[in-house]
Every structure is written in C-alpha cells, then in structure tokens.
Design a protein around this ligand. Structure first.
Ligand SMILES: [Zn+2]
Length: 233
C-alpha cells in the first residue's frame, strides 16, 4: 500500500505494474484506489499522475459514498446493526472458546477467542456474508434460469466480486458477476439483479428488446431496482 498527500487528505493506493502502455487509476465502491502502471514508470512519475487526477479520485469517492451502507464506519462492536436479505440484525459479541458466528433470534452472535475482538468479528462477518452470498446467489440463479428455458442457453457461471458502480454484470462469454453487497438487500432485489444479468445472455445491450424481455421475466422489476438502490444507499 502506498500513499500520497493531497491538501489535507492522504490518499492510499494499491499499485500494480505490468506490461501496459499507459497508467490507469480505478476507484472502487469501498473507496479503495488501485493504480495500474507500466513496468517502466518510477514511483515519482506514478505519484505525479495520481496528484494530477486527485480531484477526480475524490469526486469518485464521494460518488461511491452514497452507495455505501447507511453506517459506513463499521466498528464491529456490540450493538451495531448489520443487514442481511433486507433485515437489520443486532450484533452481539462475547469472549468464548473459539471464533464463531451465528445468526439466531434476530441477532448476529459472535464468540471470539483472542485479543482483537473487532478484527476477529470483522473477518468472521466478511466470511459469513461471502458464504451466504454464494449459497443464496446460486439458489436464486437456478430458480431464475428456469424462466429462460425457451432460449436453450448454457447455464451461466456465477462469480461473486466487488465491483465499481455495479450490482451485477454479464460478460460476452456468458459469465455473470454479482456484487456481494446485494446480499444485504431483500431477496426480490437479488432476483432482480440476477434476472437482469440473465436477460443479457439473450440481449447483450440495454435496448428496447432487452427491457421488453426483462419486463416479461420480472414484470415489477423497477420496484425492486428502486428498493435495492434505497436499501444500499
Ligand atoms: Zn444491464
């Protein structure tokens, strides 16, 4: 991790140098910054370019902040609310014999064994969300895929990955990528994202045919799209 000072701000960035011609800067929804640079660039040159682009970087970060959960500064302490499938659950943390997390009776119960309760809780929760996203997204994808029988499509591979600005995406090779963040929204919102991406298997661009197909597969999709934006903003 590297950093650069811009005014009173310190911008942290990940750097990856590879065989490429130009430098590119990416800002992710969690506000992390990733810089891709040619092998030959020196740190000084890289920092100069970043400095030039810092206004843009900060603008991107502000843009993404509106999509972060309502309480972006998660501390992973007892009493916090964390979301799953559209419902808020209270976090309860206590010391124990091992590191374990359970969702039970309206609460996330975390038992930790070690010194850093917050760090352990954060890791346990991240793993929990990931595993549940995987299970939930695959189940929903299987259900939604049945609606596309008539097209005799190959079953798409579903990948879970954090993405800038997007809840889902569909690649030309038929792979569907889903942002794990949507596991915090109601099931219907997840169905909307997956149905939307599956429509791209038939109709690649967002044209009239695409929206006709989407409305056919999920007549009230706009309601769930709005709900998704509200939940995760
Ligand atoms: Zn789309």
């Amino acid at each position: 991790m590297h950093s650069i000072n811009y005014g009173t701000k310190e911008l942290f960035f990940d750097l990856k140098q590879s065989k490429r011609k130009s430098l590119s800067i990416e800002v992710y929804p969690d506000n992390s910054i990733r810089v891709l640079a040619p092998l030959a660039s020196s740190m000084e040159e890289i920092k100069k370019v970043i400095l030039k682009k810092s206004r843009w970087i900060i603008r991107q970060q502000h843009y993404f902040e509106q999509f972060l959960p309502k309480t972006p500064e998660r501390e992973y302490v007892s009493g916090e609310t964390h979301y799953y499938l559209g419902r808020g659950y209270l976090l309860k943390i206590r010391p124990g014999q091992k590191n374990v997390i359970k969702l039970k009776g309206g609460c996330f119960h975390v038992e930790y064994c070690g010194y850093d309760a917050q760090k352990i809780t954060k890791n346990l929760m991240a793993k929990w969300y990931y595993e549940h996203s995987e299970k939930k997204f695959f189940t929903i994808a299987n259900e939604m895929f049945l609606k596309f029988k008539e097209f005799e499509l190959d079953k798409p591979n579903i990948d879970i990955k954090r993405m800038a600005k997007r809840w889902g995406s569909c690649q030309k090779n038929g792979k569907i990528i889903i942002n794990p963040e949507i596991i915090k929204a109601p099931t219907k919102c997840i169905e909307y994202v997956i149905t939307h991406e599956m429509c791209h298997l038939v109709q690649f661009s967002h044209d009239k045919k695409f929206y006709t197909l989407l409305s056919e597969k999920m007549p009230n999709w706009e309601k769930w799209k709005n709900r998704l934006e509200q939940t995760l903003s």
